[in-house]
Design a protein around this ligand. Structure first.
Ligand code: ASP
Length: 296
């Protein structure tokens, strides 16, 4: 029986009903693809569906950087070791599909900035403006408050005080395992609101926000710099060799909190166990194995 789990970000979720509806829609898209085409198409389908939904911080509706631009990070990985990622990518609708092209069409793992955009154009991805008015307003409010979450140095400069918060996350991710046993993971984000232009987070970094191996697959959300330091997705997959996914993710979410890392994780182990854990106020997520669909 195949499995699929997706998340719409960890942190403080203000618009729960919209998140739930978005998760349900993406789960349905992903499940249809999983049955017909396998794990890779499932995670791409679920994540690109969320990239089109402005309620999530990815694709259209991504958080803005300090200059008011969208720079997106995304990556995809398979349990056979295949990986593709894009960093600080502008002006495309579906960064996760560009990441897939990096995986399938190049000798590289990760393309960034202008090079990533040039590659996307070569691969026929059209010009797209992912900036929404809601995010523009949110950035203005944030700048006025001088309280940029997880950017204490910048906040200090703006306001001479520090006060990180966790209400600006919303990255999306998906993990699927198909009948052949292949596990696929995809993660996509606009990053942290008010970030410095050029900042790259965990979501496109192999082993940090995204990882898959024969032991399992994991997608993370939360404070990117902290997740990068802990290489959280890699750590989780390694442990899935011996332990069930839920035990691993629950332990790691607690441990990460002790390390000062606000985060959420979803995963599936090689045995087909679905798991999720978070140490933030909440996380939006949903999963299905065909028999039942659970949405939070
Ligand atoms: N992890 C993402 C980043 O730091 C943010 C998020 O999960 O919402 O870029």
């Amino acid at each position: 029986m195949p499995q699929l789990i997706i998340h719409g970000g960890a942190g403080k979720i203000r618009n729960e009903a919209e998140h739930r509806a978005g998760i349900e829609e993406a789960l349905n898209c992903g499940w249809g693809a999983l049955i017909k085409k396998g794990a890779l198409e499932a995670v791409l389908s679920a994540v690109s569906c969320m990239e089109d939904n402005p309620v999530f911080n990815c694709g259209t509706g991504s958080s803005l950087n300090l200059d008011g631009e969208v720079e997106m990070d995304a990556s995809v990985m398979l349990s056979d070791g295949s990986f593709g990622g894009v960093a600080a990518l502008k002006h495309v609708q579906h960064p996760i599909l560009v990441a897939r092209k990096v995986m399938e069409e190049t000798d590289h793992l990760l393309l960034a900035g202008e090079g990533a955009l040039n590659f996307a154009r070569k691969m026929d991805f059209p010009e797209h403006n992912p900036i929404t008015e809601i995010r523009q307003k949110a950035l203005e409010e944030l700048k006025q408050s001088g309280n940029l979450p997880y950017l204490p140095k910048l906040s200090q400069a703006l306001q001479n005080r520090t006060s990180p918060g966790e209400d600006k996350f919303g990255t999306v991710g998906a993990v699927a395992r198909d009948d052949s046993g292949l596990i696929a993971v995809a993660t996509s984000t606009g990053g942290i609101m008010g970030k410095l232009p050029g900042r790259v987070g965990d979501s496109c970094i192999l082993g940090a926000g995204t990882y898959a191996s024969r032991d399992g697959g994991v997608s993370c959300t939360g404070h990117g710099e902290a997740i990068l330091r802990l290489l959280l997705a890699f750590r989780a997959c390694e442990r899935m060799h011996f332990k069930k996914a839920q035990e691993v993710l629950s332990e790691l979410a607690l441990w990460a909190k002790d390390q000062g890392c606000s985060c959420g994780l979803i995963g599936i182990d090689w045995r087909g166990n679905i798991a999720f854990a978070f140490n933030t106020e909440s996380m939006s997520y949903g999963f299905t194995d065909g028999d039942s669909m659970v949405i939070f």
